[in-house]
Design a protein around this ligand. Structure first.
Ligand SMILES: [Cu+2]
Length: 484
C-alpha cells in the first residue's frame, strides 16, 4: 500500500505540526530500508560514495547505519527493538537496542546535511530519541512529553533537521530513561566537517561507555540498579570481547567516546600523551588544549582525543577505575590476603562442593584458573597475551600500533614482536639481603571458623569461637562495594 502524505503524517503522530511550516516535509513514498546487524564484531567503515569526502569512523564491535538520499535529504531508519547482544564470547545478554544490536548503529553525516531519521518502535513500551548535543529545532529534540508525544509501540516517528555543526554526538531515549538505558538503548552520532581537511585523521574510533547489572547465569539486566552495576562495557562488550584498536605507525588517530553509565570513567592510554580535541559541545580551541594520558569522562559527556601513532607496540587502553576492568564475579569476592584458608576450605567443602578459597596472595591467580562458572557468566578477569594471563575484564582493550599497515586495514595483527633487548626481564644475579616485610596481626587462636552464608548457616551453630570470617564465594551472592 502506498502511503500518501496526509495518511503518513497522521499515522506517525505528527499531525499537529503544520505541514507548511516545515519546508522539508516532502511526500514520503515509502520508509527507507532498516538494515539490521547480527554480528557483534566490528564492521568495515562506510566510505561515502557521494557528497562531501570524509574519513568514516570505525565503531568498536559495531557498525554504521546505511542511508538513502531522497532529493536533498539524507534518510535513515532506526528501529528500536529487543536484541540479543554477545557481551563477550561465553555470555549473551537480552537487551533493547536498535536495528539488531546494542548499542544501535553509528549515524554519520556531514555538517550542512539535511537529515531525516525515521524511528520505528518495536519495543513493548513507548520510547523517543534524543539527539544529544545537536543544535536543532526544539520540537526535534526527542524529549517525551516536553517536545513530542511518546512513540507508542508500532508507531514510526520522523525527525528532520539541518545539521549545524560538526563533532561528536550520541542518541538515546528520553522516555522511561532509567530502564531503556539500563537495557542498552543508545548509539553514536558523528558529524564530519564540511571541509574535508579540517581536523582530519587517518583512523577514527568511536564507542559508548555503558554498564549492566546482570547476575551470574542471568540474561536480562536488572533495570532498577542505580549504582551497583557488575558489567562495565564499551559498546555493550566486556574484555576480552572488545575489539583491539589497530593503527598504522605515524597515523593521525582519534578515539571518541561518550558516557551513558551512572558514574565517571577516567579513560587511560599507555605509551602516549594525547589532547582532547572535541567534546559533545564541539571542537576544543587549540589554545585550550593540554597534554594528558588519562581523561575523565563524566556521565552524559563525550570526549575525543587525538594523537600521532609514533610508537609501535601493544598499548593498554582502559578505564582507570580498577573495578571497571573486571567482570561480574569479582564484585562478590572478599579479601583474603594474609589469611590461611586451608583449614576453612576443608570445612566448607563439606557444605559447598568444590569451594575454592581465593586470593590468599592477592587475586592474580583468578586470571589463570579455569573455574567452573554458571552458564552465561564471564570470569572476573581473563584473557591471555603473549606473556601469560592478562587478568582483566570490563573496560579494557589494546591499541596496536604497527609499521606498514595499509589504510583501512583493521585486522588484528597479533601480538607485538618486541625488538631484542626492549622487554623487561628477570634479574638473575646474586640476591640482596632484604629485611622481612611486616605482617598483618595474626587472628586470635582459631578453634573454628565462623561461616557467613545462607547454606553454611547450619554449620555456623556447630562452629565455635569465631576467629576469621569467611564468605562463601558462590554465584548470585551480593555484597555491596559502595559507590563507583
Ligand atoms: Cu570506569
Amino acid at each position: 500500500m502506498t502511503i500518501d502524505r496526509r495518511n503518513f503524517i497522521a499515522s506517525s503522530g505528527i499531525a499537529l505540526v503544520g505541514v507548511t511550516q516545515v519546508s522539508g516535509r516532502a511526500a514520503f513514498a515509502s520508509l527507507p530500508e532498516a538494515p539490521t546487524q547480527t554480528s557483534p564484531l566490528m564492521q568495515p567503515p562506510l566510505v561515502p560514495k557521494s557528497g562531501p569526502d570524509y574519513n568514516p569512523v570505525v565503531t568498536l564491535n559495531g557498525w554504521t547505519l546505511p542511508w538513502r538520499m531522497n532529493g536533498e535529504w539524507k534518510e535513515f531508519h532506526l528501529v528500536a527493538e529487543p536484541v540479543v547482544r554477545e557481551i563477550a564470547p561465553g555470555m549473551k545478554a537480552h537487551l533493547w537496542g536498535y536495528n539488531g544490536q546494542s548499542p544501535g548503529p553509528t549515524i554519520e553525516v556531514v555538517e550542512g546535511d539535511k537529515v531525516r531519521i525515521f524511528v520505528t518502535n518495536r519495543l513493548p513500551e513507548h520510547t523517543t530519541i534524543h539527539w544529544h548535543g545537536q543544535i536543532l529545532p526544539c520540537g526535534m529534540d526527542g524529549v517525551g512529553g516536553v517536545t513530542q508525544p511518546q512513540i507508542k509501540p508500532g508507531q514510526t516517528f520522523v525527525y528532520e533537521w539541518t545539521i549545524h555543526k560538526s563533532g561528536t554526538f550520541m542518541y538515546h531515549p528520553h522516555a522511561d530513561e532509567m530502564v531503556q538505558m539500563a537495557m542498552g538503548m543508545m548509539g553514536f552520532f558523528v558529524v564530519h566537517p564540511k571541509d574535508p581537511k579540517f581536523m582530519r585523521v587517518d583512523r577514527d574510533f568511536v564507542f559508548l561507555l555503558n554498564a549492566y547489572d546482570i547476575g551470574p547465569g542471568a540474561y536480562v539486566p536488572k533495570v532498577n540498579t542505580m549504582l551497583e552495576f557488575n558489567l562495565w562495557t564499551w559498546n555493550s562488550r566486556a574484555f576480552p570481547g572488545i575489539d583491539h584498536l589497530v593503527v598504522a605507525k605515524n597515523d593521525k588517530v582519534r578515539i571518541r567516546f561518550g558516557n551513558l553509565t551512572m558514574t565517571n570513567h577516567p579513560i587511560h592510554m599507555h605509551g602516549y600523551d594525547f589532547e582532547v580535541t572535541c567534546t559533545d559541545g564541539g571542537w576544543t580551541r587549540p589554545e585550550s588544549r593540554w597534554p594528558e594520558v588519562t581523561v575523565d569522562c563524566a556521565v552524559g559527556q563525550m570526549r575525543a582525543f587525538d594523537f600521532k601513532a609514533t610508537y609501535e607496540g601493544d598499548w593498554a587502553f582502559h578505564c582507570h577505575k580498577s573495578h571497571h576492568t573486571m567482570n561480574a564475579m569479582g564484585h562478590d569476592v572478599k579479601t583474603y590476603i594474609g589469611v590461611d584458608t586451608d583449614e576453612v576450605k576443608k570445612k566448607i567443602d563439606k557444605v559447598v562442593k568444590g569451594y575454592m578459597a581465593m586470593g590468599q596472595a592477592g587475586m592474580a591467580d583468578m586470571g589463570e584458573m579455569e573455574m567452573a562458572l554458571p552458564d552465561n557468566t564471564l570470569p572476573m578477569m581473563t584473557g591471555f597475551g603473549q606473556f601469560g594471563p592478562i587478568e582483566m575484564g570490563g573496560m579494557f582493550s589494546v591499541v596496536k600500533v604497527r609499521e606498514g599497515l595499509a589504510a583501512g586495514d583493521y585486522k588484528d595483527p597479533g601480538w607485538y614482536k618486541h625488538p631484542e633487548g626492549t622487554v623487561a626481564f628477570e634479574y638473575k644475579g646474586p640476591k640482596a639481603a632484604l629485611a622481612d616485610p611486616p605482617q598483618p596481626p595474626a587472628p586470635s587462636k582459631a578453634k573454628g571458623a565462623r561461616l557467613q552464608d545462607d547454606k553454611a548457616g547450619a554449620l555456623q551453630s556447630t562452629a565455635t569461637k569465631p576467629a576469621l570470617e569467611v564468605h562463601v564465594v558462590k554465584p548470585g551472592s551480593k555484597s555491596g562495594h559502595g559507590y563507583h
